[in-house]
Design a protein around this ligand. Sequence first.
Ligand code: NAP
Length: 346
Amino acid sequence: MEKVINRQWRLVNHPIGLVNESDFEWIEEEVEYKLQEGEILVRNLYLSIDPANRSWIAASSKSHYTEPVKLGEIMRGITIGRILESKNSKFDQGEYVMGLTGWQDYTLSNGSGLTNISLLPKPEGVSLTIYLSVFGMIGLTAYFGLLEIGKPKEGETLVVSAAAGAVGSLVGQIGQIKGCRVIGIAGTDEKCQWITKELGFDEAINYKTENVRKRLEELCPNGIDIYFDNVGGEILDAALANIAVFGRIPVCGMISKYIQTELQAGPKYIVNINSRRVRMQGFIISDYLDRKVEGILELMTWYNEGKIKYREHIVEGIENAPLALNMLFDGSNKGKLICKIANESI
Ligand SMILES: NC(=O)c1ccc[n+]([C@@H]2O[C@H](COP(=O)([O-])OP(=O)(O)OC[C@H]3O[C@@H](n4cnc5c(N)ncnc54)[C@H](OP(=O)(O)O)[C@@H]3O)[C@@H](O)[C@H]2O)c1
């Protein structure tokens, strides 16, 4: 292959609070890729922007479930790309792959850790990016977190935070499929309307304009059977105040904590865990990857039956990836946040 320019973002500073562009270095490098036996060259097309990206670059990594990105390394991220050249019998030129190839245009890989998504079924007329949301890590997180830890039963009340986001919007819809009454908590009226009017959630609470603890008390007179936590902090406390006896709390994430510089004292209503015999359990989706086919197949069935809707928020250009990450923390993303690196036809 002739020489190409590979654009990359490398981490040069551990951010404090929201990220600055200067926490990363923009590199444009001329490269002539020469493949060895077993290697593939991937043109990255879409980059998933995830709250976890921020945790991976925090200065303190003591509580991490994965190695942090080191200074000088290419920023880690999940991408979808097209194979430009292959010397690996498991992959053909023109096929699409997904994996942790990083914030860059091209990736030379031996194929390890990459999923060949060309081998997976895809509904007609749907963008490849669905593998970064419903049929990918996001869908599986909602699916296993709710079903395995939340254990929803018909007629129960499910409350989910970050409810209009990628994971939260799927959690609510899966809860509905399982016969739950679903209440979503989100940060704008537009998001509250989307989850009730478009997705059919029973109720929505705007946590920026309403008193969440009081609203939950009004809406859940018999308590919350399942609180699916995406945010932690005060919203978790409001849910704990209203949790039902034998309630379950799958802890998917605590985005309100990811950019705080100092840890704060815990929730007041944690006391209810004991008296109401509540089960609260954190999880990371990698815990369930051996069951991913089962999850994806059921999500595909529900999608094809029209029971699952989703929306994506596409930011144009890999040059905008660092600042796009902040959108997850100010709530300006509407749906799964994805950075488009290049046209699929490139
Ligand atoms: N356990 C796992 O394996 C796993 C896998 C994927 C994701 N997650 C977690 O799932 C959660 C959602 O991730 P996602 O990818 O679906 O992102 P997302 O919900 O699409 O976007 C993040 C949303 O979080 C809300 N938010 C941000 N700061 C907040 C705060 N201080 N208080 C309340 N809400 C806040 C914002 O919505 P509003 O406008 O509503 O504030 C924002 O749009 C995150 O905690 C993430 O870490 C966990």
